[in-house]
Design a protein around this ligand. Structure first.
Ligand SMILES: Nc1ncnc2c1ncn2[C@@H]1O[C@H](COP(=O)(O)OP(=O)(O)OP(=O)(O)O)[C@@H](O)[C@H]1O
Ligand SMILES: [Mg+2]
Length: 270
């Protein structure tokens, strides 16, 4: 369970205005929730995820995860509970290490065992099993540098690493945005499967309304640092990309979304 209460993150640039990138967000995610987050560029999605991962400091509010008050925990402490996959396939992995060595690093996270133990036979077998279950054939690449994989394959390995120790929370920040449509689709299928099979609690940012409609059990629209739309339960299960366009229009008419944002969001319908 994740509980964010009155979270605020402000940025100020010299001489510029103060931007409230996260503007008083309260959010409770029961364990096992799969939440899709959408919003226009600069609406505060990454800052919200960063404030949960600990890369961005909260200026106000509090954060609880799995029974711990983690508001003042540093990023590396939170990493024991939080798995992350970013937009850039190169982020979160070491290019010069092999696929297996990268997985070994993830398997050792938060433990005191050395890398040598972790690259043993048991780990090799488990890594091969988990990769083959998602992309048959990927297990044959274990001893190659991770930098030799395609972007999509690398994101799948990063996903396997991020979920190796079953995190309390999985954060995905546009993790398919840098991929071609076919690779993005494979990574999305793998993501949905891992989240389902492990029963993970996950927050996934996407610019694809098709993904937003089809995936997850809850949808949040972030606008100017606030939750402008929160669809869950039966309403989320029934939601189509067309319904979403109608919802944006209703928000625009109610002055909760400006014209430009409503147009940009509707255009993301792919
Ligand atoms: N480190 C920072 N310093 C100053 N301003 C920042 C910083 N990080 C984010 N911002 C500002 O905070 C606001 C929210 O940015 P954020 O990156 O969270 O948006 P986003 O919704 O993830 O956008 P995108 O869809 O482009 O990834 C923007 O106005 C951005 O310019
Ligand atoms: Mg972002």
């Amino acid at each position: 369970m994740l509980e964010l209460t009155d979270a605020v993150v402000s940025f100020s640039s010299p001489g510029g205005p103060v931007v409230r990138a996260v503007d008083g967000v309260s959010l409770t995610l029961p364990a096992g929730s799969f939440v899709v987050v959408i919003g226009t560029n600069g609406s505060g999605k990454s800052t919200l995820l960063g404030s949960i991962a600990g890369t961005v400091r909260l200026d106000g509010g509090s954060l609880r995860l799995a029974g711990h008050d983690i508001t003042r925990w540093r990023e590396h402490q939170r990493a024991k509970l939080v798995g992350r996959v970013f937009q850039d396939p190169r982020a979160g992995t070491a290019s010069s290490l092999t696929v297996l060595e990268n997985i070994a690093v993830a398997a050792c996270r938060g433990r005191h065992a050395g890398l040598r133990w972790a690259t043993g036979r048991q780990l090799r077998e488990e890594a091969a099993r988990r990769l083959a279950a998602i992309v048959p054939g990927l297990e044959t690449r274990l001893d190659q540098p991770i930098g030799s994989l395609s972007g999509g394959q690398r994101q799948i390995v990063t996903l396997v690493m991020a979920t190796w120790q079953r995190p309390e929370l999985l954060l995905l920040d546009e993790h398919t945005a840098a991929l071609d449509p076919a690779a993005a689709d494979r990574v999305i299928q793998a993501t949905a499967r891992i989240i389902r099979e492990q029963g993970l609690t996950a927050l996934m940012v996407t610019h694809s309304l098709a993904q937003a409609a089809a995936l997850g059990d809850r949808l949040l629209l972030i606008h100017r640092g606030r939750i402008a739309l929160d669809v869950q339960g039966a309403a989320k299960r029934r939601l189509t990309a067309d319904d979403l366009a109608d919802r944006f229009d209703a928000l625009r008419r109610g002055d909760q979304l400006d014209d430009a944002a409503a147009r940009t969001l509707a255009e993301a319908y792919v």
